[in-house]
Design a binder for this molecule. Structure first.
Ligand SMILES: [Cu+2]
Length: 239
């Protein structure tokens, strides 16, 4: 006998099979950089669901940076990521309102150029996360993304060394996450060059590697009036 929550979730899944999304725009200190510019664009808007797959790094097919330009930014700038279901900014929810969960941002410094960087191993630093914002009603970071035209922002820590980086933004949708695989990982990687910076050596994790199927923030029933939610991965490093 399925629980009501499971039945509801099954209905949601059927309804939202095509309601997926991709990262499509970067904004540098409030300036729109244009559709798909500086972004390693995935072949479609499907999520990744295997947390052990290299698809978790920068989306599917070992996305290469060949042919992708790199955006010059200053450390301390505010970068905004903008996500949509399809190549349209209006006419539908940016990321489909049934997709509830956390929003995270990581970055990794390239040994040389961002375009040639294949970010394997412990190279990723988490610089932002937002999860369950209010308990009653249950409000998620994804609700804010939907309410703000698909956008969320992060400040690039000033103490990061100058050089080329991949920015990895991630939205985890938990509407069918009560079993594994179920949680949907939406990943966008962008190429930036920090033109001025500091000397920090932040903590780093591997992606895949930082998440486990059994993490309480990955296999979770969000229709259970959660009192708290544990965002997967390491602590945020703020510089
Ligand atoms: Cu979806």
């Amino acid at each position: 006998m399925k629980t009501l929550a499971a039945l509801l979730a099954t209905a949601l899944l059927a309804q939202q099979t095509l309601a997926h999304f991709t990262m499509q725009y970067l904004w540098d200190n409030g300036v729109d950089q244009g559709l798909n510019n500086y972004i390693r664009v995935p072949p479609n808007n499907n999520p990744v669901t295997d947390v052990t797959s290299t698809d978790l790094t920068c989306n599917v097919n070992d996305l290469s940076g060949a042919g992708v330009s790199t955006l010059s930014i200053a450390a301390g700038t505010t970068i905004t990521f903008e996500w949509h279901q399809h190549a349209q900014r209006t006419g539908e929810d940016p990321i489909a309102s049934g997709h509830k969960g956390p929003v995270l941002v990581y970055l990794a410094k390239a040994p040389s150029t961002a375009a040639t960087f294949s970010p394997a191993g412990a190279v990723w630093t988490k610089i932002y996360q937002s999860g369950l914002l209010t308990v009653t009603p249950q409000t998620w970071a994804t609700d804010v993304v939907n309410a703000t035209g698909g956008k969320h922002s992060v400040t690039i820590p000033k103490s990061l060394p100058a050089g080329e980086y991949l920015l990895r933004a991630e939205i985890i949708a938990l509407h069918v996450a009560f079993t594994y695989p179920g949680a949907q990982f939406y990943i966008g990687c962008a190429q930036v060059k920090i033109t001025s910076g500091g000397t920090a050596n932040p903590p780093k994790v591997a992606i895949p590697g930082a998440y486990k199927p059994t993490d309480p923030g990955i296999t979770v029933n969000i229709y259970n009036n959660l009192l708290n939610y544990t965002i997967p991965g390491p602590a945020v490093w703020t510089g």
